[in-house]
Design a protein around this ligand. Structure first.
Ligand SMILES: [Zn+2]
Length: 510
């Protein structure tokens, strides 16, 4: 037998595709040809596979070898094809019986010494294999836990090419995946750590309940980061579908812990204001890696000191925030990553960032206006609530010695409000108020009576409010009403939403 075929999976973005690795060995001058759009890493596979085979005690077939990866049109990258290529070569050379590998997906990178190393993206690869009807996969030991997250697939692990060879020859078993960790995942930061800050805490609760974007303004040390970090702790746990998406993205980025458990807590990403465009939105080498925006998918993207960010970077955020996905175009193909994140931005009121805030700051009103002006326009228009966070005074600190309300208590109210919204919008398939299209809110039966929305109409007429802002305030009013457990928003909810949207501090400095 001089031909063999082994199954593998290639990834484009988060989408996995079944790949057939064919090996043909013929007489002729010894040579190795790889076909099927391989990138540099795949060409290097040839050398890795050769060294791994020889160092595993296998003979390198001294014949004309053609390795073909199908479908040819699918862009392929990375080192995850090594194990499948080695197995196809050995089976093609007649060193291995082909039957035990029939219908099995093989994933893994080979070290020169023949060890099998973990690769990125095993979870979405195995999920794709399962969708294609595959029920058995063999993966690197270090990826076995994450592969087991996918239901309906029998996962076996290998630590070396030698072990795979022994298994296929029927002389040794494969490895069992490591047993599941027993300790629960460590809890994140809790809202009970935040003393005082009633307005900001309430805004955080509204943001969580309705999926709204939030801006926090205030001097350093006022607790903006502390508040933002605690937003995930009051969001509901991810459902199965969302958890799989989030865990797959972490897997592709190589950030999944080795215990490989499904991520249930909404992610929190806080890229530095100097982060590159690729780090923030996605890109980089090869077909492009997910950026912070995609790693915050179904969770929270926190941008601190946002006026310090490059304008080009802020611009690049707009489109993905709107569409919920990032598209990275490359000569060899287009990669797409989901990016449906909730945005929290924070800014100091002025460039000097005086910790005492207003009192000691030497910045002139013009300087302050120019600084926050860097934020203005399309990005700020997408922010639903603008909150001022000031450091607690000594009196407040002493008065606030009691711990704040815990995240679990707030999360329970958030969950109730979300349930009310989800059932109201179930016909449209929207889960949170932030998802509901504006026209839907402005038409019967959901249109609010004019006596309740008068403040918005007047602001619209004076040009103080954009049409987008009008809709955003309506969504916010529904969330305030949901948190209060009422059926429909009243004038009070609309007024409160209007105030949250317009932001008091911005009014004061501009
Ligand atoms: Zn200043």
């Amino acid at each position: 037998m001089s031909y063999a075929r082994v199954l593998c999976v290639g990834l484009v973005g988060v989408a996995g595709h079944l790949v057939e690795v064919e090996a043909d060995l013929s007489t002729g001058l010894p040579a190795v040809v790889l076909t099927g759009l391989p990138d540099t890493a795949l060409n290097e596979a040839r050398d890795r596979v050769r060294a791994a085979m020889v160092n595993s005690g296998q003979e390198w077939p001294n014949r004309r070898i053609t390795v073909n990866l199908l479908p040819a049109a699918l862009p392929k990258h990375g080192s995850g094809f090594d194990l499948a290529i080695a197995a196809a070569l050995l089976a093609g050379a007649g060193e291995l019986p082909p039957a035990p590998l029939d219908g099995v997906v093989l994933l893994g990178e080979l070290g020169l010494d023949g060890t099998v190393r973990p690769v990125r993206g095993v979870l979405p690869m195995v999920a794709a294999a399962a969708r294609a009807g595959i029920t058995r996969v063999i993966v690197p030991l270090g990826n076995a836990r994450e592969a087991m997250v996918v239901p309906g697939v029998a996962v076996r692990a290998v630590d070396s090419l030698h072990r795979l060879v022994e298994y296929v020859r029927g002389t040794a078993p494969l490895l069992d995946p490591p047993s599941a960790p027993t300790a629960p995942p460590a809890g994140g930061p809790d809202l009970s750590d935040v003393a005082g800050q009633q307005t900001a805490r309430y805004a955080l609760e509204i943001a969580a309940a309705g999926g709204h974007h939030l801006a926090l303004f205030g001097p350093p040390g006022a607790g903006k980061t502390m508040l933002a970090e605690r937003l995930p702790s009051i969001l509901p746990e991810l459902d199965d579908e969302a958890a799989l998406e989030v865990t797959a993205l972490q897997s592709i980025a190589g950030l999944l812990p080795p215990d490989g458990r499904m991520i249930r807590r909404p992610p929190f990403q806080a890229p530095h204001h100097s982060a590159s465009l690729a780090a923030l939105v996605g890109g980089g080498t090869g077909l492009g890696r997910p950026g912070a925006l995609s790693l915050a998918h179904r969770g929270v993207l926190f941008l601190d000191e946002v006026p310090e960010m490059a304008q080009a970077t802020l611009q690049a955020l707009r489109q993905p925030l709107e569409s919920g996905r990032v598209v990275i175009s490359r000569a060899r193909g287009t990669t797409e990553y989901p990016a449906r994140a909730q945005l929290v931005i924070a800014a100091n009121p002025c460039p000097c960032a005086s910790p005492a805030g207003d009192q000691l700051c030497g910045c002139t009103p013009v300087v302050r206006r120019r600084y926050l002006g860097r934020l203005s326009g399309p990005l700020l228009d997408r922010i639903d609530m603008k909150i001022t966070v000031l450091p607690l005074t000594a009196v407040q600190l002493i008065g606030a010695s009691e711990p704040g309300e815990s995240s679990s208590a707030v999360a329970a109210r958030v969950a109730r409000a979300r349930a009310a919204a989800a059932s109201r919008w179930s016909a449209g398939g929207w889960r949170v108020n932030a998802d509901v299209p504006g026209p839907h809110l402005r038409r019967p039966p959901w249109r609010l009576p004019a006596r309740d929305t008068g403040i918005l109409h007047r602001a619209l007429d004076r040009g103080a409010l954009s049409a987008r802002g009008f809709d955003r305030i309506l969504r916010l009013a529904w969330t305030i009403c949901d948190l209060d457990g009422r059926e429909r928003p009243n004038a009070g909810d609309v007024g409160e939403a209007y105030q949250l949207r317009m932001g008091e501090l911005l009014g004061r400095v501009s």
